[in-house]
Design a protein. Structure first.
Length: 132
């Protein structure tokens, strides 16, 4: 059975041990996250302008405990295409954003999609501990 309720400015949807918190990511705090074992970002980072991407990477690192694993799907526009959103986030930027707090591994880089002008890449992130 699914239950839905408002909490701390979010709409929460709960089934069993899984909760979905819908709201502003930057207002989601560690006190609200009992324990995050895994995370998934498809096309969230690339919806944000550059300065906000820094905040995003830092906030994510505050939320997830060491060992937590994530799958990040990013997007790269053709060279010279500075449009957005969605913004082009090059592989070097993904590494720069997350390497301070995560092990970062490029899993796969797609081919440019005909007619869309960009390609996706998949990244594995693992939150590092304080001594790593
Ligand atoms: C490009 S869409 C991707 C949607 C979906 N994940 C997908 O892959 O089709 C970017 C999403 O980021 C969400 N978003 C942008 N800023 C956000 C924020 N501060 N907190 C939560 N979601 C945000 C937008 O509402 C939008 O749904």
């Amino acid at each position: 059975m699914t239950t839905r309720y408002p909490q701390a400015g979010f709409q929460v949807c709960r089934q069993g041990s899984v909760e979905l918190w819908c709201g502003d990511f930057f207002h989601f705090h560690i006190e609200q996250a009992a324990e995050i074992g895994a995370f998934y970002d498809r096309a969230s980072l690339i919806a944000l302008p550059p300065a906000t991407r820094q905040r995003y990477a830092f906030h994510l690192a505050q939320l997830v405990p060491p060992g937590s694993r994530g799958l990040l799907i990013s997007l790269e526009r053709e060279p010279g295409d500075e449009g957005g959103p969605p913004f082009s986030v090059l592989p070097d930027e993904v590494r720069d954003l997350f390497t301070p707090n995560f092990q970062v591994t490029l899993l796969e880089q797609g081919e440019p999609e005909p007619g869309r002008g960009f390609r996706e890449s998949a990244w594995a992130l693992v939150r590092r501990g304080p001594l790593e």
